[in-house]
Design a protein around this ligand. Sequence first.
Ligand code: BGC
Length: 720
Amino acid sequence: MKTDIKTLLAQMSLTEKIGQITQVYPGSVNEGIESNLTGPAGYGDEGDIELAGLVGSVLGMSGAKEVRELQDYCMKKNRLGIPLLFMNDVIHGYRTIFPSVLGLGCTWDTELAKKCAEVAAKESAVSGNHVTFSPMVDLARDARWGRIIESPGEDPLLNSLFAGAFIEGYQGDDPLDKYRLACCVKHFAAYGAAEGGRDYNTTEISEYSLLENYLPPYRAAVEAGCRLVMTAFNCLNGVPATGSTWLNREVLRDDWGFDGVLISDCTAVSELINHGYAEDGADAACFAMHAGVDIEMVSACYREHIPALLEEGRLDIGLVDEAVLRVLELKEALGLFENPYKDASEEEESDLHLCKEHRELARKAAADSLVLLKNDGILPLQKSEITVAVIGPHANTRMHLDIWSGCGKEDECTSLADAMADRVKVVTSHGCGITDGEDEQIDEALNTASQADIVVLAVGEHPSMSGEAGSRAFLGLPGRQQELADRMYKLGKPVISVVFSGRPLTLVDLEASSNAVIEAWLPGTEGGAAIAEVLFGIRQPKGRLSVSFPYTVGQLPVYYNSLPTGRPIPDESDTERYRSRYCDSPVDPLHPFGYGLTYTSFTYGQPRLSKDMMDKDVTGDDIEIKLSIKNTGGRDGTEIAQLYIRDMGGSFSRPVRELKGFEAVCLSPGESRDVSFTITEEMLRYHTRSGYMSEPGTFMACIAPDAASGHWMSFTLLQD
Ligand code: BGC
């Protein structure tokens, strides 16, 4: 039976209404529950009995038993029996942890991401969650920003496709269904463009770039039916996102038609004061309410100031009611009035968490997220009779989970050394720590390595060095790890480096002292085993970069779809001074977007266009671009063929290339296959001075293995 939300609203006191639009940590409503704080503590952190019957939702609570108990406790105290919503950061797995989202982005496999989200929803739904604060689709172009690990990458199309896939995986047809969650896209908007890569910092983005690059992934999430949106911490072009009426009402609700719940990020409402936007808590509550923020997360401006704002006439009760209704509608949509526990079940927790099927998916996802950056032929390892020295701060540790890893546990991961030891004789030594190390430790590691035939060097960052508040100003390997790598290489044995990191690092030196390099990201529960399988060629490396790898930190932000300059560099041999270049570094990144090696090689044939003109006004007057790809190496492999288009002139300057499509092609040695894409007029549209449309003129298209190559073909878009 459906609950009559409007009748319920009519029975609610103002305090009860404000309660529904307030979200707290579980420790706030019942002392003794530990809260995982990601910022300043909020209202009533000492456990406020009064609050228990009043708040509408809690964040970060887990466990079927705990959730059921808290739901019972709070519902008994709530005069109208309104259930709590339990929201959580289920980002890339709940108990079985998949690779971090950036790693999933590098699979270019949205079906796989959907399956991972489905499993994450299932595992967390049985632990009592109703809503996940995912997908995070902030476009990220600056590897200094620690939260780049949470984003699929730097491309608007790829991020949009992943947004849709995650949402389908979490919500299915209806979040009411068993094992489904409602999901919350974040952080609206443009949080990924924090100046200098410093977390929470301000962002300045032109309207053109916002519309073209930053907003499309959130919009894709709204179009995919995402039930909630979370505001961002950052100030955007002078107005903090959480207080922005333009973003949250005009763009999100009026233009895009979003009718779900808008929640602030954690304490972002009270942070309007720190932004120098609101003078006090009352202002902050007033601005956020007017901007359409339905739920205030953790800070207490709504709670403390809405009554006075109403009395003073600064706020209309209609705005409060609108927010409360949306929260109640979400509870109704999740069926919580009928069954406040939804899928919470201790029995199913033990059946489903970390079950074989979920771990298998995690292993596949981890393997597919690895990006082979360099290989002089040493990989895959051929013989099992060899001795492998697994050296480095990531050799024997299990730091494979980023800081948003739900209830995943490091001791449920397998270290790389242990995973390798299942297949081959292993000797091991850590050599140095992530950020420190003694001479004697390095010497000992060299000694250990000298007993082996091959060195696998497991290096990188500590998981705490990325993620929220994990910005870095230097992007080389931390501590003495590069020195360890250099000295290992001098031993004269083949060195295979495996990099565990939450971001692209500057790997020029490491690549110079390694025969092969694999970027492993933070690969999740099955990461160790997946890496070993790829090293031994049991699985093929398939990943392609969804972010550019900088040559040096001074290039940042660096991304493939940049606007051209008036003084481009014509070719590598050019030495002319007055060009857009650095005196001391290449302009191009070390590895471009889309790049990744396999254990085989592919050649691309000459591209063909079905015609070289397309009429803008004739629907379906599409052009086909086609070429043949051949596996010219000795092993099976998967190539990701990427369609790029360049608009040679427009009412705005147009990017040097934009990804418009891609296809994974699996080929056996010697096999070749035609790959074709349909170029539609729709693909040529952008936010012109006269609206979202295509502009007639010359375009170029290519099918390429990455964003730094391709044979361009030109065509014309005609208008009668
Ligand atoms: C983060 C969000 C997260 C929220 C709730 C904030 O600090 O920015 O991404 O969803 O905390 O845990």
